[in-house]
Design a protein around this ligand. Structure first.
Ligand code: PLP
Length: 389
């Protein structure tokens, strides 16, 4: 179906930070399948784990147990706890980010016993494309073609604790759902105490705090999870994208007391937690820990952001770690992203005037320098074309 614009390239192979198209042309991938292939393409440890698992057992359904899902759940729980102690929660496995959020939305309703059902969300947020996660998404233009939206998703301005408090005080609120950095909304970084303030307000109003770490999680922003930069404890954390390094897998973590609100039959997924996806997730997490990807993202992010800020036509660089937006001094992001692809660099226009970069967390300094060089040439050309009569 025509749900996407015409693609600029067709790929057949990937290796590390590089992709190769049908004609054998090489591209430097600085968008990573939308913040998914955090270990680069075809990482040998993940490829080997997936191939080995495919040859032994792919799927059994949740009528039965497998040995891998509990292991991945324990690792995720420890990473939610900061890496060195249990997070004290339980995990539901699914296949995508939207499904991870759907699980969270159902769980918080169950937790209130149906007494409170509203989930307060933020303007500009992106939480998925299913009807409920679309309703949670704070972008009215995406709602309009599909109205009426499911009810119960009031929106407040992002990074505004006073307005959040008003929404909570209105009553009927089961939870607040927030991204620690708004990814699809333009890589919007809130004040350094926003999430911790939201946590405090949720506690005061007996609402749960769901943190959507689908784009920011698993090392990308320089922490295992971006909320950890603010030293708070969420009730629910949703995870997907990088978890399988490209194999579709999502997860909803919740504090054990909250997770206990679900009873058998309340929620499910045919594929969720299947051996193939879990083998990918186990291998991905083991490489992420061995390589200490949060530290790498932090270091590489500083090098990349510093160099990007010096390019012509760049007004600002924002984000954290290796989730960055290059704010241009005009609405030329689409033209710049298209010209970059033609030059062999993949980035995306996250706003009319901002280009997003989310390279592999294992990106090398040489690859960063190559990307900055390519983008610099592109911005000079695009700037000259805009400036010319
Ligand atoms: N939440 C956030 C923060 C996202 O960035 C995305 C996808 O971009 C989603 C949810 C939805 O994930 P998926 O496309 O896997 O359903």
């Amino acid at each position: 179906m025509r749900t996407y614009p015409d693609p600029p390239a067709t790929f057949v192979r990937g290796e590390g930070s590089y992709l190769y198209d049908v004609d054998g042309r090489r591209y430097l991938d600085f968008i990573s399948g939308l913040a998914v292939t955090s270990l680069g393409h075809s990482h040998p440890v993940v490829a080997e784990a997936v191939a080995r698992q495919a040859a032994s057992l792919i799927h059994v359904s949740n009528l039965y147990a497998n040995t891998l899902a509990p292991e991945v759940a324990v690792t995720l729980d420890r990473l939610v706890g900061g890496g060195d102690r249990p997070g004290g929660g339980q995990v539901f496995f699914c296949n995508s980010g939207a499904e991870a959020n759907e699980c969270a939305l159902k769980l918080v309703r169950r937790w209130t016993g149906g007494r409170r059902t509203a989930v307060v969300c933020a303007d500009g947020a992106f939480h998925g494309r299913t009807l409920a996660t679309l309703a949670a998404t704070g972008q009215p233009a995406k709602h309009e073609p599909f109205e009426p939206m499911p009810a119960g998703f009031p929106h407040v301005p992002y990074d505004d604790l006073a307005r959040l408090e008003e929404a909570l005080a209105a009553g009927g609120v089961a939870a607040v759902l927030l991204e620690p950095i708004q990814g699809e909304g333009g890589v919007v970084v809130p004040s350094s105490d926003y999430l911790a303030g939201a946590r405090r307000l949720c506690t005061e109003h007996d609402a749960l705090l769901i943190v959507d770490e689908i784009q920011t999680g698993l090392g990308r922003t320089g922490h295992w999870f971006a909320f950890q930069a603010q030293g708070l404890e969420p009730d629910v954390v949703t995870i997907a994208k990088a978890l399988g390094n490209g194999v579709p897998v999502g997860a909803c973590w919740a504090r054990s007391e909250v997770a206990a609100a679900f009873s058998p039959g309340d929620h499910g997924s045919t594929f969720g937690g299947q051996p193939l996806a879990m083998a990918a997730a186990r291998a991905t997490l083991s490489v992420m820990e061995a390589k200490d990807v949060p530290r790498r993202a932090d270091r590489a992010g500083m090098r990349l952001a510093g160099a990007l800020a010096r390019l012509p036509g760049v007004a600002d660089v924002r984000g954290a770690g290796l989730l960055l937006a290059v704010q241009l001094d005009g609405p030329t992001a689409a033209a710049a992203a298209a010209a970059a692809a033609e030059s062999g660099l993949l980035v995306n226009a996250v706003r009319p005037d901002a280009v997003r970069m989310a390279p592999s967390l294992l990106v090398s300094d040489a690859e960063i320098d190559e990307a900055v060089g390519l983008l610099g040439d592109v911005l000079e050309r695009v700037g000259a074309a805009v400036g010319s009569p």
